[in-house]
Design a binder for this molecule. Structure first.
Ligand code: WTA
Length: 660
């Protein structure tokens, strides 16, 4: 693990501009004064238990109240609101209908080919109940894991909520993952049920989801999967397996549109979501019901400054945590109107996003820096063609945003009147941890600003000592919070090792290590510097270098491989793989293409290496450890600095320099 400056740290070091919220925005915002914010922070630090208790009581509806706010007896396996009983779908749907909002639009959906649908809260509840009853009818029981492998269509949301309605945890797998990656996740989670579609539309192509499910089952997931439910989306021909595959529309059509919410304990699992870490196997991050409900709800409310008539749009996919917390649970728990789009901007329609903003008068827009950089590259003429007047608040998530992209977003999309909330968080944190509150906090381009009330962070060195102002260090979180992950599915040892035992903290126990580097400036603003572990972020998607290395090594021609990230203007980072081949195999351009294809088959298109460099050997220390630091410099075309005396054979370096 290194604290090198591989990310956009250089250009953010000099950033001095500061933008307070406009008077108009501040006046109308839900939290509008420094006093309010400071008072929240003070309450949280003076008496955290009371702080969380009061929000849990005021913001959520409970079927039975909790007695214990935080149980830290078995820390860091924390329990929140232990005795409380609730159902997140009740908080997302029923309670809004009960208070007369049944006719409010809950979901606006836009398909890539231009078809669209709207659902009111009442309609959404009915769809969810029908789906929930259908799941029960095929045998799904409370506690059974259901895998959802779907395009961005309304049924993906119905499926997630239907699972939550009946107490079956979901495991959503992003539709861009390959059948191999899906298979691993199905087996790891022991998912007996899969909900998928005949395909989905993305970039004017059809993604063949059902075929991938079939292949995953054929190649090993047959030992866990019993039933596959298929939504008809593309109407392309697919094969259905007797006694295993069922059509969604046939299954739900005769179901009752009422389904009592299952009474869940606060600590019952709500979902597993796989994410990448430092080691080869993806981690199934476990989130539970009460704490996650509160944190996704509260962060959405604070950060997006929701008003009754807002049209809110988060462009993420429900296959990622951002989609879970800020397309589905956070917005619905707050009674917002949330928009879902099946596609992404594509060559044939670079203005797709702005067309949607104009069409639906989107007022809050939340996207990723990589998308903003792509828009910048294709020029302001495209967004300038659309009416973006409805926008009042902009957000970003997923990776550090470079100040130029931030300024462009503010000027070209926000017309200099929308505050920008740069939100830092992770799959593991359940919801946003560091972000400006838009009506109160003056923003600096590229800084996620301050932790939210209740969240305590610090930047430390590898011994756990606090670093000086403006010095880079490891980002840690010092106190538990309700939305935190509970464990890694089936691997509590890895949970402890990855997050809680990585750095030895002086005298402090139960401190969460996020895996990111950061610094705090003279005004207390936090600047995220990127991952400090072996995780690469390609267009904001987290990928473990070891995961890609194992994929490469599983190819018959590969003896050894080392994968590093290379800085990229558009994607943040791209993947560069160094590979040595088995004896008697010749490196050819066909083999390089074949290896790229192999990685796509093993993991998915998001993991495709940008470049594969074939070399006789890789730079290693005398003890046999590959020196990635050197490979990173080589990939980035930088001078190799630092100590190379531990290198076993320095001639390797010369050869690699020629190849890179
Ligand atoms: C990175 C996505 C800088 C970070 C919600 C983190 C960010 C990882 C930001 C989590 C941000 C997320 N500024 N970096 N605003 N937001 N990251 O689990 O490295 O897919 O550890 O969750 O994304 O990625 P994940």
């Amino acid at each position: 693990m290194t604290l090198d400056k591989k990310n956009s740290i250089n250009n953010i070091l000099e950033e001095k501009r500061i933008f307070p919220p406009s008077k108009k925005f501040a006046e109308n915002s839900n939290i509008s004064t420094q006093e309010e914010l400071l008072s929240l922070k003070k309450q949280a630090s003076d008496n955290p238990i009371q702080f969380w208790e009061s929000f849990a009581k005021s913001e959520l509806d409970w079927f039975e109240p909790f007695q214990t706010v935080l149980d830290n007896e078995n820390a860091p396996f924390f329990k929140w609101f232990k005795e409380g009983k609730l159902n997140i779908t009740y908080n997302c749907l029923d309670r809004h209908i009960k208070r007369g909002l049944g006719g409010k639009t809950a979901l606006i959906w836009e398909g890539e080919p231009g078809d669209s649908k709207k659902y009111t809260y009442e309609e959404l509840l009915k769809e969810v109940c029908r789906a929930a009853n259908a799941l029960k009818a095929i045998g799904v029981k409370k506690g059974d894991l259901v895998c959802i492998y779907m395009p961005m269509i309304p049924e993906a949301m119905f499926a997630m909520l239907a699972c939550a309605r009946i107490g079956a945890p979901h495991s959503v797998v992003f539709g861009g993952f390959s059948s191999e990656a899906l298979k691993d996740r199905l087996i790891d989670g022991n998912a007996r049920y899969v909900i998928t579609a005949d395909g989905g539309f993305r970039k004017d192509k059809v993604i063949e989801l059902k075929q991938a499910v079939d292949a995953a089952i054929e190649n090993g997931a047959d030992k866990v999967v019993e039933k596959v439910v298929v939504v008809q989306r593309t109407k392309k021909n697919i094969s259905m397996v007797d006694d295993r595959d069922l059509w969604w529309h046939e299954l739900v059509k005769d179901q009752k549109d009422q389904c009592e919410p299952e009474i869940m304990s606060s600590e019952d699992r709500l979902f597993i979501l796989y994410t990448s870490g430092s080691t080869g196997k993806p981690k199934g991050v476990v989130h539970t019901t009460g704490g996650y409900n509160l944190w996704s709800h509260l962060t959405f409310k604070w950060i997006f400054d929701l008003k009754d008539d807002d049209i809110y749009w988060c462009t993420a996919d429900v296959g990622w945590i951002t989609g879970h917390s800020y397309i589905v649970y956070g917005p619905l728990s707050n009674g917002a109107t949330t928009l879902m789009y099946e596609g992404v901007p594509r060559r044939s329609n670079l203005g797709a996003f702005w067309e949607i903003v104009q069409k639906y008068k989107v007022s809050i827009f939340y996207t990723a820096p990589t998308a903003i950089r792509a828009f910048m590259k294709s020029g302001r003429e495209i967004p300038d063609k659309y009416n973006l007047e409805s926008l009042r608040l902009l957000g970003t998530v997923g990776e550090p945003i470079n100040p130029e992209a931030w300024m462009w977003y503010k000027d070209v999309i926000g017309k200099d009147k929308c505050p920008i909330v740069d939100t830092w968080w992770q799959t593991e944190t359940g919801g946003v941890m560091i972000s400006p509150l838009p009506g109160v906090v003056a923003t600096k381009p590229g800084s996620a600003t301050f932790p939210l009330p209740g969240i305590e962070v610090e930047i430390v060195d590898k011994d756990g000592d606090k670093v000086k102002e403006n010095e880079g260090g490891y980002l840690i979180i010092k106190k538990p919070w309700p939305g935190m992950m509970r464990t890694i599915h089936g691997n509590s040892k890895r949970y402890l090792e990855s997050y809680w035992e990585y750095i030895s903290f002086k005298g402090e126990k139960n401190v969460y290590f996020a895996g990111d580097g950061a610094r705090i400036d003279e005004d207390g603003y936090i600047w995220i510097m990127g991952r400090v572990d072996d995780v690469i972020s390609v267009s904001g998607h987290r990928l473990g270098t070891m995961e890609i290395e194992s994929a490469l090594v599983s190819h018959k021609s590969v003896a050894e491989s080392a994968v590093v990230g290379k800085k990229d203007d558009l994607k943040g980072e791209v993947i560069v793989a160094f590979v040595s081949l088995e004896k008697d195999v010749n490196g050819s351009s066909e083999l390089v293409e074949d290896l790229k294809k192999h990685v796509v088959n093993e993991i998915g298109i998001i993991a495709k290496p940008e470049k594969i460099i074939i070399s006789d050997s890789l730079p290693k220390t005398r003890s046999g450890k590959i020196m990635r630091r050197i490979l990173r410099s080589l990939a980035g075309g930088e001078k190799i600095s630092g100590d190379i005396s531990t290198l076993e054979d320095s001639s390797v370096l010369e050869k690699l320099k020629e190849l890179s």
